[in-house]
Write a protein that binds this ligand. Sequence first.
Ligand SMILES: Nc1ncnc2c1ncn2[C@@H]1O[C@H](COP(=O)(O)OP(=O)(O)OP(=O)(O)O)[C@@H](O)[C@H]1O
Length: 257
Amino acid sequence: MNSATPLLEVEGLRKSFAGVHAVDNMSFSVAHNTITGVIGPNGSGKSTTIDCISGFQRPNAGRIRLDGRDITRLTPQKIAKAGLIRTFQTVHIYEAMTLRENLLQAARPFQASGWVADFLRLPGMRREVDAAMVRADELVDMIGLRKYYDAPTRILSYGQKKLVALAAGLMPKPRLLVLDEPVAGVNPTRIREIEEVILNLHAAGESFIIVEHNVEFVMRLCERVIVFVGGSKMTEGDPKSVQQDARVLEAYLGIPA
Ligand SMILES: Nc1ncnc2c1ncn2[C@@H]1O[C@H](COP(=O)(O)OP(=O)(O)OP(=O)(O)O)[C@@H](O)[C@H]1O
């Protein structure tokens, strides 16, 4: 797609639960090579929106396009293969496996060769495995955890586990990685480390959407911030303009605009 096509376009998204609209008329777009933050008070539709764009919920209406391709209502697996991967609020990694094994495992669903090629160690499979090893090697350095590469991930701190989940999401080289609350429950020192890692990955060409309750973290990291209120987009802009928007203060603090 040409660079004028947004990386992600969400248009008129609606998702209802038992007749109640969790998300309604939600529209926004995300540019290539950006870190975009999504903030909003509790119940504003953040989780429902990312569940819809990643295929974990089926929207009732609206369109979602990834780099121009319609991905509305595809399964999570197909959306991931199209290039949109998400992490979860709770860390989804294999704690009994090493960090290296976690990263290699994350690449497997995206490898074209099937189990027969794998079993027979055919050259196509070998090439894919070698490429995954190179990618894992790059990523373990990017997240600063090389000394734990061959350790079971259960020994890592919660913040380090979040970094492993982030790196696992990047293994198949997605076009866009959606991070669902990447610093929730993480101590402040580790938050700074995660911030640094995301900035370095962005400088290396990765694009992110960050959905977070920690507004300060989002404002420091993101070049564009989208604010959800009541199931739709209330406003968006650069961090400074969003922070100065009286409606945002009202939505968060109940201070009348
Ligand atoms: N499975 C569900 N069944 C019924 N209502 C739901 C369901 N999921 C979400 N909702 C409702 O939809 C609205 C939006 O919820 P959502 O979880 O998307 O908001 P959120 O911005 O992610 O909130 P939080 O920041 O608290 O996680 C809320 O009113 C919520 O109660």
